[in-house]
Design a protein around this ligand. Structure first.
Ligand code: AMO
Length: 458
């Protein structure tokens, strides 16, 4: 026996390459079915959205899983079916219809498989009194509610963002790496690290691939990773997940953190253009407009942001002198940057050393500050990054100043002992950039199966 390995691609006319008048066979799940006096409609759900099929009592025939002729009444939502019919021109207004200029005139419907409950979740009726109840219901039944066109569209855009991220970096000399998520030390510090028993020894879930991507620079000069990161966030907020996807970048031989920031701007420009080109249907369905990234992106020091907001009375409180951005400042400075400079993005630089992770390089002009940055998008931080220390002794000194034990980071410090170029990088939270791109208020909606303090299933 041989497997005919040339048969992978579907042969002939398909729903995605057909013309009006062609006969096609198309399979999918029944999203909705409506019987009328003269026949009715089947709304088929495909991977990008809905396709309408029109049934006529005179010419359409139905067959069950055993090939026996049945009535249209036998069809129900969430059946897997295959339709053969003729492609007709149509004008379909439902924004969930991916195929909105054609419909299928049904000749035959074959049932492939059917749900075993009479009460399948009605994807069209996900309406509740308040947003919180709706979200809870959606997350409790995520394995099925993901099939509703809006959630499908969110995750389709997310998938496109992640692919565009990898594409751009691969084309610019970056090597994709895969690093461990079971680790002996948290890289980011703080208390939000998950502890885990590992054959009687305490280990952690990686807060980020920070150490490993820096190690990767010593090997490949430029690396990236797309992988989960874990944060034991005790607060149930609309911008935190306990497991999120981190889009990580690290590059060697930089002249300063500006090199990293300009790379990120170019990368984002590619991501935005790709989503606009490939996800026009999803953006329309979600009523979203792509963000604007001008040629000149505002980039202010943290202290300047506090000043701008104070001088222009843009915040309720005076945040001058604070060592981080308050959420109200993130929103206010983004609004200001959009109104004044037409930018949906703002870089904020020079965060105080004490407030940043130990690997951040201190600014030689003022060692109380770091050569590090955050990137805000439409009111939310989507990125942290910066230039890193690349000399072993500087790491040791900073660790000791901070009361850390350098011996616990032996493998990491060994990297620098063996020589490392000047380098820097950044990480983008995939759920956050997706939410900001699409104007979704809660990042959990941009996670296929969100994990928060109350939820580990489904
Ligand atoms: P940081 O901790 O700021 O930096 O994380 C980088 C980005 O990851 C996203 N993010 C989160 N998204 C959802 N839920 C969370 N709990 C969460 N925590 C972080 C945000 C954030 O901007 N190693 C550095 C990056 C670097 O310097 O390269 C780091 O992890 O979008």
């Amino acid at each position: 026996m041989f497997l005919d390995a040339t048969k992978h691609q579907p042969q002939g006319v398909t729903i995605d390459n057909c013309k009006v008048g062609d006969t096609v066979t198309v399979s999918g799940m029944i999203h909705n079915v409506r019987v009328t006096k003269w026949g009715g409609f089947i709304v088929l759900r495909k991977s990008r959205g809905l396709l309408q099929a029109v049934v006529s009592n005179e010419t359409s025939r139905f067959f069950n899983e055993n090939g026996e002729a049945v009535e249209m009444n036998d069809l129900c939502r969430e059946m897997a079916i295959s339709i053969t019919g003729v492609v007709n021109e149509a004008k379909i207004k439902d924004p969930a219809a991916f195929y909105n200029t054609i419909e299928i005139s049904v000749n035959e419907v074959h049932v492939l498989s059917r749900p075993t409950t009479a009460e399948v979740v009605d994807m069209n009726a996900l309406k509740f009194g308040d947003e919180e109840t709706l979200l809870r219901y959606k997350f409790d039944n995520r394995q099925v509610t993901l099939r509703n066109p809006r959630d499908m569209a969110i995750l389709k855009v997310q998938s496109t963002i992640a692919r565009a991220f990898g594409e751009f970096l691969a084309a610019n000399g970056f090597t994709q790496i895969f690093t461990p998520k079971i680790v002996s030390e948290g890289a980011e510090g703080g208390a939000n690290v998950f502890k885990m028993d590992y054959f009687g020894k305490q280990v952690y879930l990686a807060q980020s691939p920070q150490f490993y991507k820096q190690i990767g620079v010593g090997v490949y000069e430029r690396v990236f990773e797309i992988a989960p990161a874990y944060r034991a966030e005790k607060h149930n907020t609309s911008r935190h997940l306990n497991e999120y996807i981190s889009l990580d970048v690290e590059m060697g031989f930089i002249n300063g953190q500006e090199d990293v920031m300009t790379l990120e701007a170019a990368l984002l420009r590619h991501i935005i253009a790709t989503v606009e080109k490939e996800c026009a249907h999803e953006l329309n369905l979600l009523n979203a407009t792509a963000p604007v990234l001008p040629k000149q992106v505002p980039a202010w020091k943290l202290s300047e942001v506090h000043e701008i907001l104070f001088e222009n009375h843009l915040c309720e409180q005076d945040h001058r002198g604070e060592d981080d951005l308050a959420p109200e400042e993130e929103r206010a400075i983004c609004k200001y940057a959009l109104e004044k400079y037409g930018s949906d993005f703002v870089f904020v630089t020079h965060f105080p050393s004490e407030h940043r992770a130990f690997y951040a390089m201190d600014d030689p002009m003022d060692p109380s500050l770091t050569l590090s940055f955050d990137l805000l998008m439409r009111g939310l931080e989507i990125t942290s990054g910066g230039q890193r220390i690349h000399k072993e002794q500087e790491y040791r000194d900073k660790m000791i100043r901070r009361g850390m034990n350098p011996d616990a980071f032996r493998f990491y410090l060994d990297t620098f002992k063996n020589g490392m170029p000047p380098h820097g990088g950044f990480a983008i939270g995939l759920e956050r950039i997706t939410a900001c791109f699409l104007g979704i208020a809660n990042v959990k909606e941009c996670s296929m199966f969100p994990r928060d303090i109350n939820r580990v299933a489904p």
